[in-house]
Write a protein that binds this ligand. Sequence first.
Ligand code: CAA
Length: 389
Amino acid sequence: MLTSGRDILLNEEEKLVKESIKQFAEDKVKPLARKIDAEHYYPTELIPELAELGLLSVFVPSEYGGSGMNNISYSLIIEELATVCASTSVIVSAHNSLAIWPILKFGTTEQKKQYLPLMCTGKSIGCFALSEPGTGSDAARQTCTAKEDGDDFIINGVKNWITNAPVSDVCILLTMEDASKDHKGITAFIVDLKTTEGISIGHKENKLGICGSPTASITFDQVRISKKQLLGERGKGFRVAMETLDGGRIGIAAQACGIASASLNDALRYSTERETFGVKISEHQMIQTYLADMATDLEAARLLTYTAAKMKDEGMQYSKMAAQAKLFSSEVCMRNSHLAVQIHGGYGFVKDFNVERYMRDAKITEIYEGTSEIQRLVIAANLIKEQSN
Ligand code: CAA
């Protein structure tokens, strides 16, 4: 097993989390990973086991039935799952960081009591609906509307690219109440997807990668929801979305580290088995250069990711670091998976080996929860703000 400088950052409890999740991922998730990819299969049978291990309630305190872990442990969980199956890792990360976390942070005690215990058991899965067909990177330009009507709101609009939508019960929904106020007109809600009238889930998207993670649009047609479903204050939804995404980006950085790590492991194994010109290909200096770059980039990506996680755990301002971790790790993930295919040559291009899956899975890490271009904007905006303070 390859050593990592990341481990110096871990305490004994976190090391135990890493070891137990690694074992679980190897024993239970890895055997399903090819089926999940090839058949675009949602691994229903894993959900109770993920819940049993506390992986569907990572941040939730025990009073609501959760496992109450920190962001370092969360990153380890997502990285270890992604090392064997990127689809499973994003099913888990979207549920924890995009659905549960905003309820914990912005929800009322009543909302926490109502939603969290069931979400911790996996009987209720969560998703986060911000993007729309015409609204992606420019998240403030929401067109899904919320109109006040007595004690209720009426919601109309379409949300797009929603991870977990086809299997979700609970949705964190961002709406526009007053477009004249720009981002200050945005309001967040918690919506019961399966029991509220007027909601329809689109077809499952046919994706390049992370094929077992179900993604779909959600359409709201004259949907009536009570004011009790407001998440945070009216007009403060943009902050709910931005803070949620800050944390989510640590999860995607960890996912990227997992895929980058799997790419390195497989490339290394193959290069010490495959022979050309009478020697193992790992003896060729060009291959060694690839392996050295992959390993060094991975270590740097992990250090950014686990530093961002630690900063969040310590209550520090971590927006910039989360964006740096997500930007760098996702680009390393893409490079490592690409090099792993290159090292495998023709064998890397066929489905007998896993590296072509890693390359397909890698691409989305540069896109979702904020593209690489958006991460650069976030980093630069934070630098300029820091300079002027
Ligand atoms: N935390 C708290 N507040 C924040 C914040 C943060 N991280 N970032 C911005 N804000 C606040 C600002 O302080 C400002 O506050 P005021 O009300 O006091 O003015 C306000 O929000 C507006 O900030 P900006 O002027 O910076 O906003 P902007 O319109 O220029 O947008 C952006 C900034 C960073 C580009 C933002 O639109 C963004 O993050 N876009 C990307 C969206 C994204 O990641 N989408 C992915 C969707 S989720 C997904 O992928 C689907 C899935 O299911 C996985």
